[in-house]
Design a protein around this ligand. Structure first.
Ligand code: NAD
Length: 489
């Protein structure tokens, strides 16, 4: 038995013991997890600093703050989310108890990516715990130091049988994928997303795929370019461009291109000084493989700002590219680095056409002071999330579903969406063994008369208040029992 197999079997056994189910146990685990973020902030931040050169403040801001918020929300709301959810009934089921009962799925596999390793690995884990599941956590091997810290720390704070950590690369992940899970939650690129889905199909395991792609950003000439470019520069260069929802490229009219470049340059200087290489708030590319990949994307485009790089430190300066053609290398794949190409286009119509020619993006950004422009962009395109006049911040709103569509993913999470995504929403109907006369209409022999009654009882929804429902129920029960028993024998 491989180690992966053992850990999955152990998690399954722990799940079957039933201990992940009581709400108090779920909350107890989540409170312990929250304690990890505060007590071990330094270890978490040091590892991320080694992996991505992120500052300690940056780590709190972009990783653990959101996780703490998510846990606080669950502590407040779990009882409500986990409770039976009564639903609307038709007349046929008026006297029955009809509701949705969320129940745990079982053992969930969580495969994380390296760019925000705590946020994208632990946020699904929080949802899995809240929903009463066991979960096997597989951090990305690419963030070497963080994976180690996660492996060391998680078992000290949460139930290590229910929520084991498996580290390793492709062979270990593939061995995990050969096991049977009740859900797989994967964050990473679309190519591997297909491998995950294929493996899941063998066991008919449902998947959530949080993928990436090229998130477009349209700047309308009506907007305040200084504010727009500051927000875009922040969205692009945070974490050195290694953000799944970073604005990938800019579409704008040629007449504003120069000003856009100037404003982005101003923001770069304002955020990261004239020498970003020495600025503690400017990150590094995760490894040399990605460093080389990003530099190749520069080859056939014109650098308008930045472009400096240093392979030994995996440093690439915040870079702007001008007059970029749709055929350029930088436009053929998700950049996932600090390059910001600008594609001149004739206006909104062409921008919409261009966006719709590509795969459906994870995020779509529009900057405009004209509501009509914003609404047209929203209504005539499709994307995982849509933001007007800002970047990235939708990730922090737990009342919005976060996820992709089409090539950018399937399923969504955050807040109650995580809970629902990792629960089975079981449809329940509890009837009493009384009023059998009402049921005659559905039992053979089938007659047109019975059909008439069935039409009435099934198609009418009971949209009355509680008192109205009770009164109607009493009247209908009496009438139905008499009529059906008398005439439909
Ligand atoms: P990665 O290389 O760390 O891969 C992600 C996970 O897949 C890792 O745990 C890795 O072990 C596993 N993996 C890699 N190759 C595999 C294989 N052949 N078989 C089985 N498992 C394998 O991360 P990445 O893919 O480079 O991450 C970057 C991508 O993730 C970008 O496209 C980005 O947009 C996307 N992303 C999306 C979100 C989101 O929330 N939608 C968040 C972060 C990153």
């Amino acid at each position: 038995m491989s180690r992966e197999q053992q850990l999955v079997a152990q998690a399954r056994k722990a799940f079957e013991s039933g201990r992940s189910r009581p709400l108090e146990y779920r909350i107890y685990q989540l409170k312990n997890l929250k304690r990890l973020f505060t007590e071990r902030q330094k270890e978490i931040a040091d590892a991320i600093n080694k992996d991505l050169n992120r500052s300690e403040v940056g780590t709190q801001m972009f990783e653990t703050l959101g996780l703490e918020g998510e846990i606080n929300l669950i502590i407040r709301k779990l009882k409500e989310w986990a409770a039976p959810r009564p639903v609307e009934k038709n007349l046929m089921t008026l006297s029955d108890t009809v509701y949705i009962q969320p129940e745990p799925l079982g053992v969930v596999l969580i495969i994380g990516a390296w760019n925000y390793p705590w946020a994208v690995t632990i946020q699904p884990l929080i949802g899995a715990i809240a929903a009463g599941n066991a979960a096997v956590v597989k951090p990305s091997e690419v963030c070497v130091h963080t994976a180690k810290v996660m492996e060391n720390l998680l078992p000290l704070y949460i139930d290590k049988e229910l929520y084991p950590v498996v580290t390793g690369g492709v062979p270990e992940t593939q061995e995990l994928l050969r096991q049977r899970f009740d859900h797989i939650f994967y964050t990473g690129n679309s190519t591997v997303g297909k491998i995950i889905m294929e493996a899941a199909a063998k066991h008919l395991t449902p998947v959530t795929l949080e993928l990436g792609g090229k998130s477009p950003c349209y700047i309308d000439k009506t907007c305040d370019l200084s504010i727009a470019c500051r927000r875009i520069a922040w969205g692009k260069y945070t974490n050195c461009g290694q953000t799944c929802i970073a604005p990938d490229y800019i579409l704008c009219e040629p007449s504003i291109q120069d000003r856009v470049i100037e404003e982005v340059k101003k923001s770069i200087k304002g955020f990261y000084t004239a020498d970003p290489k020495t600025c503690p708030d400017y990150g590094r590319i995760i490894n040399q493989r990605h460093f080389k990949r990003i530099l190749t994307l520069l080859e056939d485009s014109t650098v308008a700002a930045g472009g400096e790089n240093d392979e030994s430190g995996c440093y690439i300066a915040p870079t702007v590219l001008r007059d970029v053609k749709p055929e350029a290398k930088v436009m053929q794949e998700e950049i996932f680095g600090p390059l910001l190409p600008i594609l001149p286009i004739s206006g909104l119509d062409e921008a919409i056409k261009f966006i719709n020619k590509g795969e459906k993006p994870l995020a779509l950004y529009v900057f405009s002071s004209d509501e009509k422009v914003i609404n047209r962009m929203r209504d005539e395109t499709s994307s995982g999330g849509f933001l007007a006049n800002d970047c990235l911040v939708h990730f922090s709103i737990s009342s919005l579903p976060f996820g992709g569509v089409g090539n950018s993913g399937m399923g969504c999470y955050h807040g109650k969406f995580s809970f629902d995504q990792l629960s089975h929403l079981r449809g329940c109907l509890v009837k009493k063994l009384k009023m059998e006369g009402v049921n005659n209409m559905r039992y053979p022999p089938h007659t047109p008369k019975k059909l008439g009654w069935a039409r009435f009882f099934i198609l009418k929804t009971a949209d009355l208040g509680w008192v109205g429902r009770m009164m109607l129920l009493a009247v209908l029960a009496a009438v139905a029992a008499v009529v059906l028993q008398k005439y439909l024998r």
